[in-house]
Write a protein of this length. Structure first.
Length: 90
């Protein structure tokens, strides 16, 4: 059986896979998470998840890689990840 890899550092995704009884490894992908201006939020999340999964899969060709992403949105505007607590409050 192929090894399962989660390409995310998310504690929630880790918990979901553990609850499902999956045996997996976590390998965090170091990718540029920027998306083109005007990208729909749902498309942005998919694009970033694909980047993460493909980056990890490149060096783990015999594995099944799960990529996922969460974005913060206000209306249709992607806010991105806050840089610090003050940025998050804004």
């Amino acid at each position: 059986m192929n090894k399962l890899i989660l390409a995310s550092a998310s504690p929630r995704r880790k918990e979901l896979l553990e609850t499902a009884g999956a045996e997996f490894e976590i390998i965090v992908a170091d990718v540029d998470e920027s998306v083109p201006e005007g990208t729909k939020p749902e498309d942005a999340a998919i694009m970033t998840a694909e980047k993460k999964a493909l980056a990890v899969a490149e060096s783990h060709k015999d594995s099944v890689v799960i990529g996922a992403d969460t974005i913060v949105v206000a209306g249709e505007k992607i806010l991105g990840k806050p840089t610090d607590k003050a940025d998050a409050c804004r």
